[in-house]
Design a protein. Sequence first.
Length: 299
Amino acid sequence: MELRGEIRSPEINSMYLEKAEILVEALPYIQQFNRKVIVIKYGGSAMIDEELKQNVIEDVVLLKLVGFKPVIVHGGGKDINKWLSLKGKEPEFKNGLRVTDKETMEIAEMVLGKVNKELVTKVQSLGVKAIGVSGKDGGMIKVNKKEIEDGDLGFVGDIKHVDAKVINDMLKNDYLPIISPIGLDDDYQTYNINADEAASAIAIALGAEKLAYLSDVEGVRYDADDPDSIIGQIYTDETEKLIEEGIISGGMIPKLRNCTDAIKRGVNRVHIMDGRVPHSLLLEIFTKKGVGTLILKED
C-alpha cells in the first residue's frame, strides 16, 4: 500500500526534540517579560552587514510577536563617516563623541533619517507595524549643548528631558517604535545625540524592564586583551570598583556608567552584547547562559 504521508526517521525526531527543548527553555523568560518594555540600542557592524541586520530585525520582531514591547534606538556612525568622506570631511571625535559642526549635523540628520526608514521597511516586511521618528518629533527629546573640558563639540546634545508620551502612544497602538538620536534645545536648534545616551534616557523615561546594547563588543571583559574573559554578570555596586581598579577602561567606561545610571533610575536589567554574533539578542534574553554581560541591581 502506498502511503500519502511521510515516514520520519529517529534522527529527524531527535532534531525536532532539540528545537522543542530550546522553546521550553525560553518559556519562563517569555512569561516573566510578557508585555514588558525592552529598549534595544542598535549600532555597530550589525547595521552594516546585511545578513546581521536581517538577524537583528528578525530577533526584534520575534520579541514583539511573543509579547514583549520592543523599542529600537539606532545609531548610524559608520554610515555618517562614509557620507562625510564623500564630502571630503574627516570624522573628528573628542571623549568618544563626534565633533558636529553645522555641515556634519546636516549630514548626520540625513543619514539617520535614511537608516530609520530602512529599518521601518525591514520590520514591516516581516509583518509587524513600525513607526520611525527622531527625538525631534513631538518634542520627544529636549537637550542642552553638551560641554566638555577638552574643547567644543559643536552641535552635540546633552539630554535634559525625554517625553515618553509619543512612544507610549505608539506602543499602546501596537506599533514598534524606531527612534533616531536627534533632539532639540529650547531655541529649536537641532543636536546630534550619542545613541547610547539616548537609549538609556528613553529606557528610563519608559520605565523599561530591559535595556539591551547591541554593538561591536562581546560584553564587559575582565582582561581587555582577552576575548575569553567576558564577565557574565555585574552588579551596580561593583561597576565603579572595576573602573577604579583599571579593569574597565576606554570607551567601555561611559557605556557601563550609562548602564548603571539606567538601573539606578528604574530600569531592571541591562545587557551588553555583540551584535556581530547572529541572534545574540535572543541568546542573551532567552537562555540561561547568555552571550554578553548582564548588569543588575545589587539587591
